[in-house]
Design a protein around this ligand. Structure first.
Ligand SMILES: C[S@@+](CC[C@H](N)C(=O)[O-])C[C@H]1O[C@@H](n2cnc3c(N)ncnc32)[C@H](O)[C@@H]1O
Length: 288
């Protein structure tokens, strides 16, 4: 593959579909599966309709690169944006070793290989089938497992979570809203408390794979509720990860499901013990 291929061209080469509609992607994926896969996918769709299936049920469907590309094409616009931004940040940080949490089938890792073949790259994902596809794609023995449980085998300069977890899996309790002003920004303190409880094991487990000076590059749909952003910054701060505001950005994309423009944060955390959480939180909200 060409060394400095752009993200769009790269995704096209891999087989991601930019222009297909949701229904077309679903049909193509269904047709590509064997009988067992077809039955499983139809069951997952039905369970998802009733809110029973987990995202892992869906991620467990693809067995080939083509099938994985069809499934992930639902999120094409987001993948393109976050891959471009995350890669830019990785190169800027000049990290030598990088671990991606929730690496899926290794798309970002493959792209990083084209940018700098000397990087020591690793990824971990709970969907064993995606890890198998990613291992073939990248030539790296990616780790299959739940990063909340797997014991670190090495440490890395930069940890990435590029949409490396699903909000759907966090199962937030239905607490009553109670609003509080943080400067000129209003947040629900109960949602913040609940999200802190959910996100803590994630950030704690990612931290274990870093060294003293590791960075965390993180993107995710945290804009769904402003209190999620505050909760994330507070938990990261507890683990000595604080925002580099000069590198933090709001990324804009188009969500095929909601058929609306979507904004999500791209965070770069550095290892230090400063505490500007509330100040940074307000700045981020103003950037949205
Ligand atoms: C939204 S997908 C994103 C995949 C990839 N980072 C991308 O940008 O295309 C989330 C991925 O995180 C993985 N994941 C979520 N929670 C995980 C956990 N606790 N341990 C390992 N992988 C996890 C899922 O299996 C899935 O592949």
């Amino acid at each position: 593959m060409k060394k400095n291929i752009g993200v769009k061209a790269f995704l096209k080469t891999m087989g991601l579909q930019k222009n297909l509609k949701t229904k077309q992607l679903d049909n193509r994926l269904l047709i590509s599966l064997d009988d067992e896969g077809k039955t499983k996918l139809e069951e997952v769709w039905e369970q998802k309709y009733y809110g029973f299936a987990s995202m892992l049920d869906l991620y467990s469907i693809p067995k080939t690169l083509k099938q994985a590309c069809l499934l992930f094409s639902h999120d094409y616009s987001r993948i393109e944006k976050s891959m471009e931004w995350t890669t830019q940040k990785v190169l800027l940080l000049k990290s030598k070793s990088i671990l991606e949490m929730g690496c899926g089938f290794g798309l970002l890792i493959k792209f990083l290989q084209t940018r700098d073949p000397n990087l020591r790259l690793m990824g971990i994902d709970q969907a064993h089938n995606l890890v198998d596809i990613g291992t073939d794609l990248t030539g790296i023995n990616l780790i299959a497992g739940n990063y909340l449980e797997v014991k670190p085998q090495s440490s890395y300069d930069t940890i990435i979570s590029d949409f490396g977890f699903d909000l759907e899996d966090l199962q937030m309790p239905n607490s009553e809203h109670q609003y509080k002003e943080i400067g000129d920004v209003s947040i629900c303190i109960n949602c913040c408390r609940d999200f802190k409880e959910k996100i803590t094991p994630y950030i704690k487990s990612w931290r274990k794979w870093g060294n003293q000076n590791s960075n965390l590059i993180m993107t995710g749909r945290l804009t769904r509720n402003h209190s999620y952003i505050l909760a994330t910054l507070e938990v990261a701060n507890e683990y000595n990860w604080n925002l580099d505001m000069s590198q933090t950005k709001i990324l804009q994309t188009y969500n095929k499901h909601t058929k609306q423009a979507e904004k999500f944060p791209g965070f770069v955390f550095n290892s230090n013990n400063e505490n500007k959480v509330r100040e940074n939180f307000q700045k981020i909200i103003h950037m949205l």
